[in-house]
Write a new protein. Structure first.
Length: 94
């Protein structure tokens, strides 16, 4: 069963907070919208907002999420893609 966008956003914010080492209340997802297209994967547009209480501001990251549709057993793993992107960012690959 598919998640509703609000629940999906909450779970995604918790995941991003965990992966980035931020407190859970310092990350929120805004504007989560399913995009047209994506024959084999769901595509979602979203903003990841990192709040910085100490600095009194926030950083906004515009993103597109590729997601396996519910029930899909695929030939690739999103974790592998995630780790590849994390390594590329750490090495400042443009």
């Amino acid at each position: 069963m598919a998640l509703d966008p609000q629940e999906m956003g909450e779970q995604l914010a918790a995941f991003v907070a965990q992966q980035t080492g931020n407190p859970p209340d310092a990350v929120r997802i805004e504007g989560l919208t399913r995009l047209a297209g994506g024959a084999s994967r769901e595509l979602w547009s979203l903003d990841v907002v990192f709040s910085d209480e100490a600095q009194g501001g926030a950083e906004r990251l515009e993103a597109v999420l590729r997601r396996d549709p519910p029930g899909r057993t695929g030939e690739s793993d999103r974790r592998v893609e995630f780790e590849l992107l994390r390594l590329a960012r750490a090495r400042r690959v443009p």
